[in-house]
Ligand binder design. Structure first.
Ligand SMILES: Cc1cc2nc3c(=O)[nH]c(=O)nc-3n(C[C@H](O)[C@H](O)[C@H](O)COP(=O)(O)OP(=O)(O)OC[C@H]3O[C@@H](n4cnc5c(N)ncnc54)[C@H](O)[C@@H]3O)c2cc1C
Length: 335
């Protein structure tokens, strides 16, 4: 059996394995072997459904040494006004370029495509070619790196975990584009990006909304892409963070107090008092801290602030008395 020697054996040539190898090659003189059972790098993007795109701007994705895309702002379609989002073929092509132009070009990386890692992830490392069946032992001088932690289970490569009525025409999302005749409607199963993409794509193709049934086991937490923009549109990202913070402060007493303190330090008394009242309304009655927090020094002497503190002090004292009484009434432990 052949033997391969290397400093780092990276299992998985998806975004994670490629980004790790890319940084390693840039930062030090290590030798790296990447092993992947697919025919080229890029991981699950090689098996993606045809209408998928990155959900964030291309600029936010990929490896350090090479920019993905050309930082163009789209002028058409639902993404108009926002930074471009790469398609799956563009992402796969990009990772192939990273492999050819940076990793292989360094002379310190070997990419074993169509090859399974078959070791025990600790001391015994073997790889097996899916095409020839040939095996090799791998001697790892420094570290085995498992780059499969985020490996997704996708419909194109997995069988469903539920039963399907034989009367139903059941297809993975990848095959939607191959349909030759219409059925009585569409039932999309799943709550994530893939299911949402499938619904949106069908609507874009003119399918009647009434013909689409969407089964989702939960609701997803979605971020508005408008607020996830880099470069020239970075102010939108900051605006988005402010909006999230404000929404959190509306709902949470601690966040409300933090926002109030920010405005107190900033010298915006009216906003500071508004958010302080909100914090108290939501249940934050930490009078001792409110009274001595130095961030609020410049509001001492302000009529409204003093009245809020005075009211809070009374509630605080009342609560203290109640707690004392309750604790005195509580049965004493015998030990
Ligand atoms: C449809 C879809 C859309 C997504 N869209 C986005 C997005 O827009 N933005 C975003 O940030 N994230 C997105 N993600 C999340 C995605 O998981 C990450 O972006 C990233 O691509 C994951 O890379 P990975 O290297 O961790 O995993 P993968 O891409 O799954 O790569 C793991 C690799 O390990 C290989 N492998 C596994 N076991 C072995 C073995 N024993 N031997 C050899 N090789 C093995 C596999 O063949 C695979 O190529 C999306 C995920 C999916 C499924």
């Amino acid at each position: 059996m052949a033997t391969i020697e290397t400093d780092y054996l990276v299992v998985g040539g998806g975004a994670a394995g490629m980004a790790f190898a890319d940084s390693l090659i840039t930062e030090c003189g290590a030798d790296v072997v990447i092993v992947d059972r697919r025919h080229r790098p890029g991981g699950h993007w090689n098996s993606a459904y045809p209408f998928v795109r990155l959900h964030q701007p291309s600029a936010f994705y990929g490896v350090n040494s090479m920019v993905l895309g050309s930082d163009t702002i789209d002028s058409e379609g639902p993404n108009a006004g926002l930074y471009e989002r790469a398609t799956a073929p563009a992402i796969c092509q990009y990772f192939s370029r990273v492999l050819d132009e940076h990793l292989l070009a360094s002379g310190r990386v070997r990419f074993l495509a169509m090859t399974d890692y078959a070791g025990d992830m600790r001391t015994e490392h073997h790889v097996v070619s899916r095409l020839t069946g040939r095996q090799a032992d791998v001697v790892v001088r420094r570290k085995l790196v498992d780059a499969r932690f985020l490996e997704s289970s996708i419909p194109a490569t997995h069988t469903p975990s539920f039963e399907v009525d034989p009367q139903v025409r059941f297809i993975p999302v990848n095959d939607l584009v191959n349909l030759a005749d219409s059925g009585s409607g569409f039932t999309i199963v799943g709550a994530g990006k893939t299911a949402m993409d499938a619904c949106v794509w069908l609507l874009e193709q003119g399918v009647d909304p009434g013909a689409i049934r969407w089964i989702r086991p939960r609701d997803a937490w979605l971020l508005d892409r408008k607020f996830q923009q880099p470069l020239k549109l970075l102010p939108a990202l900051i605006e988005g963070v402010s909006l999230y913070l404000e929404a959190a402060a509306e709902a949470d007493s601690e966040m409300a107090y933090r926002l109030a303190t920010y405005f107190a330090v900033d010298g915006d008394e009216s906003e500071a008092l508004h958010w302080l009242r909100r914090a108290i309304y939501l249940g934050n009655e930490n009078y001792p801290w409110f009274a001595k927090n130095p961030a609020w020094n410049r509001l001492h002497g302000h009529g409204d602030f003093e009245r809020i503190l005075e009211d809070l002090k009374k509630t605080y004292r009342r609560n203290q008395k109640n707690w004392k009484r309750l604790l005195e009434q509580a049965p004493q432990s015998s030990s």
